[in-house]
Design a protein around this ligand. Structure first.
Ligand SMILES: [Zn+2]
Ligand SMILES: [Zn+2]
Length: 392
């Protein structure tokens, strides 16, 4: 592992690991992070931060100014767990059946707490203000958006924002940066086809929503191939379809749910528009009606060039070229830090959790996922370096 660690932070490793494992054993789902945020708020207060609670329901912000003041930087961690039943059998495995920190947000929270402790200590000198943003509900409900709607950046002025995510499949403790459109937008689209039910033996006296839905699914799959410019990333996945309960009954309606992803805002708009049109006109051609709802929408995550270059150069300067991986590529996953990056310049970067087959190599959202405690100190150290370098 590269030498990416501030010695004091390294010396707190056992304490931080205990916090991480406590959080892991007690996962809380999106918008239910009451105990987690309580623990975060208490620790921040004990380190000397001015703490604001309950912004975005369970969100917490810890603020601290040092030196002559001046610039303000926001660092963000997410706190929520997933509705997954853990199967790792680890000593610190989830004590809450059906809930698991399978994305490592327990680790992100701990990394930011470790950074918080050092930033507040005598050893850390800077001129400016640090806002540590602990957000709820990254996995669902858009907790970042909730905090912004409750005035996050009006109440806590940030000139720029940074966040990290652990990444299985990347070498332990290494950092990965990407400038520009890094993660996809995600929209859930629900289409309801309303027909006219009746006897399966007399389809002529019905309007069959099942046949309409079948035709619609095939038509939807032409949007990416026929409407999107070749070379652009776009995904239309029909993940669920529900209709009918008996073989001899033509139901009244059919309902399908889609996930729709794009790497550019304009492609996203095109996909949503074409889905609406295709649903409406396909339904019409079968004599049915359609209703299209779009929700759980996350925007494209766009890292700004200046802040990404700043972070990347700093990582190289502090820890050497070997600490940075260069093959980071955009992904069609989504991330609600994108909402914060719509408001402020900044960058979302990756922290290697371990290579496949090694500790930490199991992918996130898997019941066997295991956050690698060895990356707490490197992650926290880099957050500290960002503060020291930005708030000079
Ligand atoms: Zn996740
Ligand atoms: Zn995550």
């Amino acid at each position: 592992m590269p030498n990416l660690v501030i010695p004091e932070i390294k010396s707190w490793e056992d304490e931080m690991m205990a916090i991480r494992r406590h959080l892991h054993a007690h996962p809380e789902l999106s918008l239910e992070e009451f105990e987690t945020s309580q623990l975060v708020a208490e620790l921040l207060e004990s380190y000397g931060y001015q703490v604001t609670r309950a912004i975005g329901r369970t969100g917490v912000v810890g603020s601290l100014t040092k030196g002559r003041g001046g610039k303000a930087i926001g660092l963000r961690a997410d706190m929520d767990a997933l509705p997954i039943h853990e199967t790792t059998g680890l000593e610190w495995a989830s004590k809450h059946p059906g809930k698991m920190h399978a994305c490592g947000h327990d680790g992100h929270t701990t990394i930011l707490l470790a950074a918080a402790r050092y930033i507040a200590s005598e050893a850390c000198q800077f001129n400016g203000t640090v806002h540590l943003i602990f957000q709820p509900a990254e996995e669902a409900f858009g907790g970042a958006d909730l905090m912004i709607k409750e005035g996050l950046f009006d109440r806590f002025a940030c000139d720029c924002v940074f966040a990290l995510h652990n990444m299985p499949g990347m070498p332990t403790g290494k950092l990965g940066f990407y400038s520009g459109n890094f993660m996809a937008s995600a929209d859930t689209v629900k289409i309801t086809i309303k027909g006219y039910g009746g006897h399966g033996a007399h389809p002529d006296r019905t309007i069959d929503p099942v046949v309409t839905a079948a035709a619609l699914i095939m038509s939807l799959q032409t949007i990416v191939s026929r409407n999107v410019t070749p070379g652009e990333t776009a995904i239309v996945t029909v993940g669920t379809i529900q209709a009918g309960i008996a073989s001899n009954v033509i139901p009244e309606s059919a309902v399908m749910e889609l996930t729709v992803r794009a790497m550019k805002p304009e492609v996203r708009e095109l996909l949503i528009r074409r889905i609406r049109e295709t649903a409406e006109l396909t339904a019409q051609s079968y004599g049915a009606q359609s209703e299209t709802e779009v929700y759980d929408s996350y925007p494209v995550l766009i890292n700004t060039d200046e802040q990404t270059a700043f972070a990347r150069n700093l990582a190289v300067q502090c820890f050497g070229e070997a600490a940075v991986v260069n093959d980071v590529t955009p992904t069609t996953g989504s991330e609600d830090f994108a909402f914060m990056l719509q408001q402020r310049p900044g960058s979302y970067f990756l922290l290697g959790n371990g290579m496949p087959g090694e500790k930490g190599g199991c992918m996130v959202h898997n019941p066997e996922y295991d956050f690698n405690d060895a990356i707490i100190a490197p992650g926290a150290s880099f957050f500290v370096k960002l503060v020291e370098a930005y708030c000079r």
